[in-house]
Design a protein around this ligand. Structure first.
Ligand SMILES: *Cc1c(COP(=O)(O)O)cnc(C)c1O
Length: 370
């Protein structure tokens, strides 16, 4: 049966979550010292095709650690999309470096890879790509640029669990990749994240940074670096393990919702739908986004859906238009027309794993009545 209010997200916790959580309670392993952490790190790394995973408290923390572990700091520049969640920009700014922004691709809504090279300067230290909403970034040109200019690659794969680029798992590219396990992601730990890498030394650095930069050896409580307490708890890892067991079904469910939306909304005038597939990937529909022809139509549609008890979310807001960054004197006068249009005219529909087909069909019916 369809829900009476259809929220934009609702998680699906129908596997071994309760069993593994009870095991934490029964055994008393509730902190970050518990055995599920290592198991979750190993299984997630194996799933993505990485050598090492470092579980952390959330996806934003994972980005902080990734940037710090690569030694990015004052005077450095990191190239990233302007259209994204703020987390990657925060990590770069807090490290004392500057996020250098690039406009979006109008079809995939990801960073426009053809505009990256012109942003590279002698200060550029890394390219940080963010895979957005369900389709990955076109990685080959990015990999070429990293090779040509000797830049680090950081991959924010927070929305891409299980997605592939030309058959290779997202989160397996570059020096470091990060995931989030927030409840609207394909697998959740409530709050949680992970840093992944193939480099043992980098993995050790990440482990240290997550744990207040305690030295792995030597006298405890003497510190040589600035760290954080970004540890994940055994309770979170218990959820993560149960979720990872069902990731295949979760992805299938998202793709099924995506297919129902595509079928139902095809030909709808004045709205751009996400691409079901492009030459290098098929959409996993982390969320099902729509871009209206103009801002008014976007606002009216969102309001109409709200009046009919349908939750929506606006798209991300561009980094160059963030008041917090403008206050700091960043990005005055910069314009990124595609990203600005996405931010103003875009919103996404209920896409959570806990929804049922009837919910999606109800949203389609209402949208067609707009
Ligand atoms: C969700 C998300 C994050 C942040 O993850 P949290 O766990 O909420 O901190 C970072 N980047 C992207 C692209 C995301 O979608």
């Amino acid at each position: 049966m369809a829900h009476s209010f259809i929220p934009v997200n609702t998680p699906l916790l129908d596997g071994n979550e309760e069993r593994y959580l009870m095991e934490c309670i029964r055994t008393g392993w509730i902190s970050s010292e518990g055995p599920f952490i290592k198991e979750f790190e190993e299984k997630m790394a194996a799933y993505v095709g990485r050598n090492f995973g470092v579980a952390v408290s959330n996806g934003s923390a994972a980005l902080d650690i990734a940037v710090a572990a690569l030694g990015i700091g004052a005077g450095d520049e990191v190239i990233m999309p302007t259209f994204t969640i703020i987390s990657p920009a925060l990590s770069i700014v807090r490290a004392g470096a500057k996020p250098v922004l690039v406009d979006s691709d109008p079809v995939t809504w990801n960073i426009d890879v053809s505009q990256i090279e012109q942003k590279i300067t002698p200060k550029t230290k890394a390219i940080l790509v963010v895979h957005i909403y369900g389709l990955p970034v076109d990685m080959d040109p990015v990999l070429e640029l990293c090779e040509k200019y000797k830049l680090h690659l950081i991959e924010d794969a927070a929305e891409m669990h299980g997605q592939t680029y030309k058959g290779r798992r997202c989160g397996s590219f570059g020096a470091i990749s990060t995931f989030s396990f927030y409840p609207n992601k394909h697998i959740t730990t409530g709050e949680g994240g992970m840093v992944l890498t193939d480099d043992e030394e980098l993995a050790e650095k990440c482990r240290k940074l997550r744990n207040l930069a305690f030295e792995p050896q030597g006298r405890r409580f003497i510190h040589y670096d600035l760290g954080w307490n970004y540890r994940m708890t055994n309770l979170q890892a218990a959820l993560g393990l149960a979720q990872l067991e069902k990731i295949g079904q979760h992805l299938e469910r998202k793709r099924n919702f995506g297919a129902i939306y595509q079928e139902g909304l095809r030909g709808m005038k004045d709205f751009q739908l996400p691409m079901d597939k492009i030459n290098y990937a098929e959409n996993i529909y982390w969320v099902f986004g729509l871009v209206a022809e103009n801002e008014q139509l976007c606002n009216d549609t969102v309001q109409y859906l709200a009046e009919h008890h349908i939750g929506t979310r606006p798209f991300f807001w561009c980094m160059h238009e963030q008041p917090v960054f403008q206050k700091m004197g960043l990005y005055s006068g910069e314009r990124y027309p595609i990203a600005e249009k996405l931010a103003r005219n875009g919103f996404y529909l209920p896409s959570g794993l806990g929804l049922v087909n009837e919910d999606i069909k109800k949203v389609i019916q209402l949208l067609k009545a707009v």
